[in-house]
Write a new protein. Structure first.
Ligand code: B12
Length: 169
């Protein structure tokens, strides 16, 4: 299981080169969402554009998404992967609660769910939330400061439709 942890802040430049799914990856359906407390939206737009540029089909359900709504949308959209973004500093808490609830649902237990952004209130010099969020149920955590490169690498290798074929994971 790939779980890029935590922000390195190495200064490695983000590779924003295009675009089409690379070798080993394929287009998939991705649900983009924030957590219940977070009203920031440009992070979601950024992720949507990035994922679309890579050839994925994106459903962006926006900011301030209650846990129950995320669960409903997962059942409606049946995504191959859920990408949670939060930047208001409550992502570590809200995200952990959200993913625990999602994992309690038998039909969503094996869905691939990742989270990233500014997950705490202490910035990249503060606590790392990756281990706790992985423990709560995320498949990968991308703390701010690590850049987008790790996320792109992760996507390039994660072509398994988690809901459709949980046994393959
Ligand atoms: C615009 C803004 C707002 C606007 C949002 C409007 C909107 N429609 O989005 C408003 C005014 C509403 C707002 C409110 C608040 N904000 Co504000 N806001 C910002 C600001 C200035 C820019 C955010 C932005 O749009 N960035 C552009 C997007 C594209 O980038 P991004 O959000 O940084 O996301 C990047 C990465 O985090 C990463 N990323 C994000 N998610 C994910 C997910 C994955 C999987 C991956 C791989 C990467 C990833 O990729 C993105 C591109 O690099 C930032 C400061 C800043 N300069 O960043 C503060 C900031 C995010 N806000 C902050 C705070 C504290 C708040 C408030 C709590 C303030 C308050 N006391 O009310 C509220 C929260 C409201 C709420 N309920 O959530 C803090 C968060 C601090 C923290 N996390 O430690 C920041 C960082 C300001 C600061 N330096 O203190 N905010």
């Amino acid at each position: 299981m790939s779980h890029p942890l935590p922000a390195t802040g190495s200064g490695e430049p983000d590779q924003l080169s295009p675009g089409l799914p690379g070798p080993g990856s394929c287009a998939s359906r991705v649900l983009v969402s924030s957590v219940s407390s977070d009203s920031h939206t440009w992070n979601l737009v950024f992720l949507q554009l990035l994922l679309e540029e890579m050839g994925h089909e994106v459903t962006n359900i926006g900011s301030c998404v209650p846990d129950e709504l995320l669960i409903e949308e997962c059942r409606r959209v049946r995504p191959d992967m859920v990408v949670i973004s939060s930047v208001n500093g409550h992502g570590a808490l809200d995200g952990a609660r959200m993913v625990r609830r999602l994992r309690e649902q038998p039909d969503l237990r094996d869905l691939r769910v990742v989270i990233g952004g500014k997950l705490g209130v202490r910035g990249t010099d503060g606590d790392f939330h990756g281990p706790a969020l992985m423990e709560a149920g995320f498949d990968a955590v991308f703390e701010d400061g690590a850049g987008i490169t790790e996320f792109r690498r992760y996507l390039a290798g994660s072509s398994v439709p988690a809901l459709a074929a949980p046994a393959l994971r």
